[in-house]
Design a binder for this molecule. Sequence first.
Ligand code: PMP
Length: 397
Amino acid sequence: MTSKVLDHFLQENLGSLKEKGLYNEIDPLQSANGPIIKVGGKELINLSSNNYLGLATDERLKQAAKATIDEYGVGAGAVRTINGTLDVHIKLEEKLAEFKHTEAAIAYQSGFNCNMAAISAVMDKNDAILSDELNHASIIDGCRLSRAKVIRYNHSDMEDLRAKAKEATESGLYNKVMVITDGVFSMDGDIAKLPEIVKIAQEFDLLTYVDDAHGSGVLGKGAGTVKHFGLSDQVDFQIGTLSKAIGVVGGYVAGSKDLIDWLKVRSRPFLFSTSLTPGDAAACTKAIEILSESTELQERLWENAGYLKAGLKKLGYNTGDSETPITPVIIGDEVKTQAFSKRLNEEGVYAKSIVFPTVPSGTGRVRNMPTAAHTREMLDEALTVYEKVGKEMGIIS
Ligand code: PMP
């Protein structure tokens, strides 16, 4: 028999979400997460994955994973600090450091884990963290875990950041003060103002932390937002995920050798959670090798993104102020946004709606994620569907 208290809690909360139509039904894919996916037996043009460069289904990565599984098996067998550090992990970390132009790097099981790991290994209750109000959920949770005082600043508002940095450092209340920002903001596609952030950090002696989940592999010839601005030696923590442009799974911190040595002895997911599987680590290493050798995939990604964005704008859609391949189509009303996404889906385009509380109320949008793997024909077909559905629903004229 299940707990009555739990039953009551679930009926009240889950029931209410379902009644309001806000319960997110998950559509399982019956195919790889490539540019065309199969959902409910139907093939759809996929504009919702983070597989920016198409590497999730790349033959070279698959071969690297298969060969490594044959040699090392499917599981690492232990946490990194017992005997779950295999030479494939070390190779990946060396490649990551090279790729990010830092002294060292450390890999984790996910980008989310990485933020849980790194923030709380360095910050504690006697410290403060200045955090952009639109930072990712894993940063918010990582900050909470550290027990440092969290001071949110208005999104990319450098005057607000400066004023709060001044107040925090001059208060004498904190041992250390850190500024944390996403490199690229995932819902709008805008880029953090890193040159200004670094300048403010230098003025007030702040630690700097950039989570570049959506910038790595995309900006800075692949090396990310920090490299894009030429700031590789001026950011303390460069966080990345191995699950988006890299196409596999995992996360990492790139930084100084001392920082990485510290994370190896104090970051809890490294100490207490089994390491990345050998096959995943090898596939990630192969991806970094591909990105280090050529910018062909990034070029294709940017071309495709530019093409889709221009096509949507020409149709009369509001695509916001994105500076990256992330392409929102802003509708506003939540219910209308969800209905729009559903109609796109029925017509053959898979583009998920994103509504409150993930984005501010009244700014519901369908977020498009074009990739290097889309063909012109696929994008043209998607634009035709956007035209048909937008006109039908009175969103464009
Ligand atoms: N940080 C940011 C900024 C992200 O957008 C994401 C992915 N949603 C993560 C961290 C988490 O990465 P992962 O999916 O690898 O856990």
